[in-house]
Design a protein around this ligand. Structure first.
Ligand code: FAD
Length: 216
C-alpha cells in the first residue's frame, strides 16, 4: 500500500523517516565515514605486521625504499617477517648483487649511494684549483642543501651530524675539497663496516685515472 494511502497520517510520517535513514541513494556505495574506517583498519593491520630486518621507515611511517637495501625490500614485498627493525638509524650494508632488481627499477639505498658518490666525487674532480669566494660559498650551500634533501633520510641525518661534528666542508681548493669528500665517504664506509679508501689516491680514482693506465 502506498504511504499516502495509510489510514493514520502519523504512520505515514514514521515510514518516511525509516526510509530516509536506512536506504542510501546507492546501497552499494560506502559512505566516506565507512571508507575512512576501512582505511584506518588497513593501516592498523599494516602497523601490526613485523617488518623484515633492514627495512627502514620514512618520516611518514611507511617503508622508505631509498633507505633500504633491495634485498630487504624484496623480503618485505614477499611478506617475510623476521626480526622487526621498525626504527633504524643505520641501514645495513647488507646483501647486494645477487638480489639486485633490474636497472630500471627505483633505486635502493646502495644504488642511490653509488650514484650520489659518483656525482659528489666528480664535482670535486671538476672543482677549480683556485675557486672564487662565490664558488666556495655556493659549494658550501650545495652541500648544506644536499645533506638536507638526500632521499635516504637516515643517511642524510648522519651526514649532517658528521659535518657539524668538526668536519665542515673544506672548499678552499680542489685538493682540499677532494680530500674532504674522501673523508666524508670514508666515514660512511666505516659506519657500514667497509674498508676505508686511501685518500691519497682520490684524484687517481676520480680525476686522472689510475697510474697504471687502465683508464686511458
Ligand atoms: C652522503 C651519503 C651518506 C650515505 N649514508 C649511508 C648510510 O647511512 N647507510 C647506508 O647503508 N648507505 C649509505 N650511503 C650509501 C653508501 O655509502 C654506499 O654508496 C652504498 O652502500 C653502496 O656501496 P658500494 O660498496 O657499492 O660503493 P660506494 O661506497 O658507493 O663507493 C663507490 C666507489 O667509490 C670509491 N670509493 C669508496 N670509498 C671512497 C672514498 N672514501 N673516497 C673516494 N672514493 C671512494 C670506490 O671506488 C667505490 O667503488 C650513503 C651515501 C651517501 C652519498
Amino acid at each position: 500500500m502506498p504511504h499516502g494511502g495509510l489510514e493514520f497520517p502519523i504512520l505515514q510520517r514514521f515510514l518516511c523517516v525509516v526510509e530516509a535513514r536506512t536506504v542510501p541513494a546507492n546501497p552499494l556505495e560506502a559512505t566516506t565515514e565507512q571508507k575512512m574506517k576501512v582505511e584506518q583498519q588497513a593501516r592498523d593491520e599494516q602497523a601490526q605486521k613485523p617488518l623484515p630486518k633492514g627495512v627502514v621507515l620514512g618520516p611518514d611511517g611507511k617503508p622508505c625504499r631509498t633507505c633500504t637495501s633491495s634485498a630487504s625490500w624484496k623480503a618485505m614485498m614477499k611478506g617475510a617477517t623476521t626480526q622487526p627493525t621498525k626504527v633504524a638509524t643505520t641501514p645495513p650494508a647488507g646483501a647486494t648483487s645477487s638480489l639486485q632488481p633490474p636497472p630500471d627499477c627505483p633505486p635502493d639505498v646502495e644504488q642511490l649511494g653509488r650514484s650520489s658518490w659518483t656525482l659528489l666525487h666528480a664535482m670535486t674532480a671538476a672543482y677549480p684549483e683556485r675557486p672564487s669566494l662565490t664558488q666556495q660559498m655556493e659549494t658550501k650551500q650545495f652541500l648544506g642543501l644536499f645533506s638536507k634533501m638526500y632521499p635516504c633520510w637516515v643517511c642524510a641525518d648522519d651526514f649532517r651530524t658528521w659535518m657539524k661534528d668538526g668536519n665542515e666542508p673544506r672548499v678552499s681548493n680542489r685538493e682540499d675539497f677532494g680530500q674532504w669528500m674522501c673523508e666524508a665517504h670514508n666515514a660512511v664506509n666505516v659506519k657500514l663496516g667497509k674498508q676505508s679508501f686511501d685518500c691519497k689516491r682520490w684524484e687517481e680514482r676520480w680525476r686522472t685515472g689510475w697510474k697504471d693506465g687502465r683508464c686511458d
